[in-house]
Design a protein. Sequence first.
Length: 407
Amino acid sequence: MTIETAVMQQSEAKRWATVAIVIGCGIGAALQVGKVPIAASMLQQSLGIDLAAVGTIAGIFAVLGLVGSVPAGVVIAAVGTRRVLLCGLAAITLGAGSGALAPQLAVLLASRMLEGLGFLLVMVAAPALLDRVVDVSARDVTMAVWSCVMPFGIALALVAGPIFDGWRTIWWASAAFVAVLFILAGLIVPEVASRTGAARSGLMREATALAQRRTPALLMVLFALYSLMFFALFSFLPIVLTERLGVSSQGAGGLSALAAAGNVVGNLAAGHLLARGVSRNLLIAVAAFVMGASALGIFLPVLGGWGAFWLCLLFSAIGGLIPATLLATAPAAARSAAMVPVMMGLLMTGSNFGQVTGPIAVGAVVSAWGWSAACVMVVAAAILAGLAAWMLARGDHNSVSEARDPA
């Protein structure tokens, strides 16, 4: 083996170690989302709150992302992905730790805001870093794998949550997990320069122009609608399964984790289908239709408990086509490597909108009118997603990816 070959192999090994750690950071961030559904009953008993308040605990996590995702992308483009990633991990650790000590609901909500800030920074910085680390030829597959971090992190929380004896212990464990990731990222993840070496000046102006273009705006709207549908169900799925199936909290957690893990199937399938040239607009439209139709059977009392659970699996698995497709499209929609973090910020703005509105709205309507009312919101979002996918398709100009065309 020549010295050059050894150096290349060492560089390749470091590259994939970086990819693994960055994906792990995404899972650690997503864990903070999944811990609320599995701890919902514990929170109700410990703090004396109703489902609407539980929905607020879940939804307030993403409030900062509504206004901060694009500025976060601009900051990342200016100061570097590694530093922002580490800051995000630190914020999550501090937020989860302070939440574990919260004496009342108001303090817990404030700690969730800090966790949400960290989540925002990680989820914008990490895919931008991956885009710069991997070859362009591996982008679709890498982004498909990255899109698995949310369902995988949620599933991990749902499986592990019932092991602990209280919600505070869950919060401590989540803080410790992210603290370990902070150490690993600090040791292994390098700072990666933009491929274009773009100047820092004018970034906000470029970001504003990007947000005003047709394709980035539609991608953001689609991510918002997907996120709203997903979190409208999964923020309360353990409670739904406990009521419909009469299983224990541990059993509901395991079944909910299985349903969340089904989303990974769709994520990975999207990467494969996109690589084979399947239209992304078709994937999004079909997935939105299936999610809306499944919601009718899940929330309306037309099927037995197990029938509703199988629809949850279908809802999650087919729905997974949407985020992977959007994430794979985003780098090309940015039109320059310097704008990739900003494009990811736009997607996170949409994602956070869904994370905020989904749990809070469902918690409120279910408390007022019961579970059947929840399907109205999901079906409406599915119809709007189909319309947005059609609008995206209309912008195609005999190109495989409209995202590469000026809009």
